[in-house]
Design a protein. Structure first.
Lengths: 403, 122
């Protein structure tokens, strides 16, 4: 926001009509928000820590990107509206790229790429690879927007900004997508823990990543003996051993994760992270943890480090017994931890009935609630908990979506 | 955010269409806008108008008073100001890496036309 206000103040036009001034200000505001959006897509642990976590960064990335798009749509329309009272023809020629040169063509191409890239995010249900390509088009659209300004002859503040935008895109591409920021690991063991679910241990080959329970890492299998889809996927860490060996759990949800089920010890892996603040800074009040399916992993990671410090109820929901990964281990942990109460239940395809499951949990309004599971389950639980007097501040969850 | 994207995109295209349709039905006065008084202006007279608040420029045989337009020109003032009081056809035809100005710019110029450049007399 500071970046946007500073840029508008710096470039604020003087002596123009109100509509033309507004049109120009809208353009600059859109540009600065796009720049902020590019910064927010960088996956750097220090940046994520500084800005409140990767998930929060992505929420702001979406907000700044969409707001910038709306402002940039309004920019040419307001400039055209400025001359409309004097000449309708001139108003259309202000908009039309056919009556103008490359500067306006660049502006239009930029807007169309932004339109298409955001359509891929908001409307179309398309495969991840195609979405990624269209999303990359958004980056090209941003650069074209700045080229539009350079071609108009506005070079002084724009060239450094164009350089900054290109640096952010290059940074993301080289450090995050090509994996320069990731650390080398090797697969130690692969263990089946439920139907279509494996726990993979990874040994560091260099300085290990710093990880706390509940965090996730971005992992890509890029070795010569085994390759996945060639891209980084987020996996929650299920344990972090004393020798810095970590474990991740992979559930076969798509082609890529299905392929990873067959990985063998010795395969090379790149690990980037860790990210996430899901179980960080928990207060000393009673806690309710609700896990759906593979959503048990962050809670398991925390329980594997030792007994809990506050009265905790863990509600573990899964479709069928064959899906109940780590259930026996959790039962053993709960038996040895007086503050931990475990309730495990196969729910089938039905939504869980919180009222019957938590009938003996008194004073739920005083609990801190941590939810991890499928999106529909988390949404239903939030509503149920709210109805039982739990405020939104007491409900913690991560969406785990990085589109 | 999905709703914001959809509504903004829809309104954008509706307004673009409205501007296009509006340009097809021109009022009679706008069709005759290019007819101006053909006052003959000598190069000496032209050369007297070099200040930003009194800037005349000759382009393709016509003289334009660009004083009111200067603040609206997209590029830096130092690109256009040196041409005040001068014949600037070549500069107008070869802006940004040799490319001419757009038809839109030609249309815009008409509004600022004040006469024709008298050739052969001081």
């Amino acid at each position: 926001m500071t970046c946007a206000v500073s840029l508008i103040w710096w470039a604020f036009p003087e002596g123009l009509s109100t509509a033309r001034t507004l049109g120009i200000v809208l353009g600059w505001a859109g540009c600065s928000l796009l720049l902020a959006s590019l910064l927010l897509m960088l996956r750097e642990t220090w940046l994520a820590q500084w800005l409140g976590g990767l998930e929060r960064m992505y929420q702001w990335h979406h907000w700044t990107g969409t707001t910038a798009y709306v402002l940039l749509l309004a920019h040419p329309l307001v400039l055209a509206a400025d001359v409309w009272p004097n000449s309708r023809l001139l108003a259309w020629q202000t908009l039309s790229p056919f009556s103008q040169g490359w500067p306006i063509w660049a502006g239009w191409l930029s807007l169309l790429l932004l339109m298409l890239g955001l359509a891929a995010t908001f409307i179309m249900r398309i495969p991840y690879q195609i979405w990624r390509l269209l999303h990359f088009g958004l980056g090209v659209g941003v650069l074209l927007g700045f080229v539009h300004l350079v071609l108009l002859g506005i070079s002084e503040p724009v060239l450094p900004i164009l350089g900054l935008a290109a640096s952010f895109l290059g940074w993301r591409l080289i450090r995050d997508d090509f994996g320069l920021a990731a650390r080398p690991y090797v697969v130690g063991s692969v263990k089946s823990v439920a139907e279509g679910m494996v726990e993979i241990s990874l040994k560091p080959m260099a300085a290990p990543a710093a990880i706390t329970p509940g965090q996730f890492v971005l992992v890509a299998f890029l070795g010569p003996t085994f390759r996945d889809c060639g891209e980084f996927h987020p996996f929650t860490v299920s344990s972090n051993g004393a020798n810095h060996e970590i474990c991740i759990v992979v559930k076969a949800l798509g082609n890529c994760t299905r392929h990873i089920q067959s990985v063998e010890p010795g395969a090379m892996v790149r690990v980037h992270g860790a990210f996430g603040t899901f179980l960080a800074d928990r207060p000393p009040t009673p806690q309710l943890w609700v896990a759906g399916g593979i959503g048990i992993i962050p809670f398991l990671a925390l329980l594997r480090t030792g007994p809990v410090n506050q009265p905790t109820t863990l509600l573990y929901l899964y479709r069928a017994e064959v899906d109940a990964a780590f259930l026996h281990e959790l039962q053993v942990i709960a038996k040895g931890d007086q503050l931990l109460s475990l309730k495990a239940l196969a729910t089938g395809d039905k939504a869980p009935d919180l009222n019957s499951l938590l009938s003996d949990t008194q004073g739920l309004a005083n609990y801190e609630c941590y939810l991890c599971g499928p999106r529909g389950m988390v949404a239903a639980l939030r509503k149920d908990l709210h109805n039982r007097g739990v405020t939104p501040h007491q409900i913690h969850f991560e969406k785990f979506e990085f589109r | 955010m999905r709703r914001l994207y959809l509504s903004a995109t829809l309104i954008f295209w509706l307004l673009v269409t409205a501007f296009w349709v509006g340009s097809l039905w021109l009022p009679p006065a706008e069709k005759n806008v290019a007819i101006a008084v053909d006052k003959s202006i000598s190069p000496t007279e032209l050369a007297k108008h070099t200040a930003p608040e009194n800037c005349w420029v000759a382009i393709r045989g016509n003289v334009y008073d660009l004083s009111a337009y200067l603040p609206e020109h997209p590029s830096q003032p130092d690109i256009l100001l040196p041409w005040c009081g001068k014949e600037a056809t070549e500069a107008y035809n070869t802006k940004s890496k040799g490319r001419p100005h757009s038809p839109y710019a030609d249309e815009l110029l008409v509004k600022y036309r004040i006469g024709i450049l008298a050739s052969g007399k001081p």
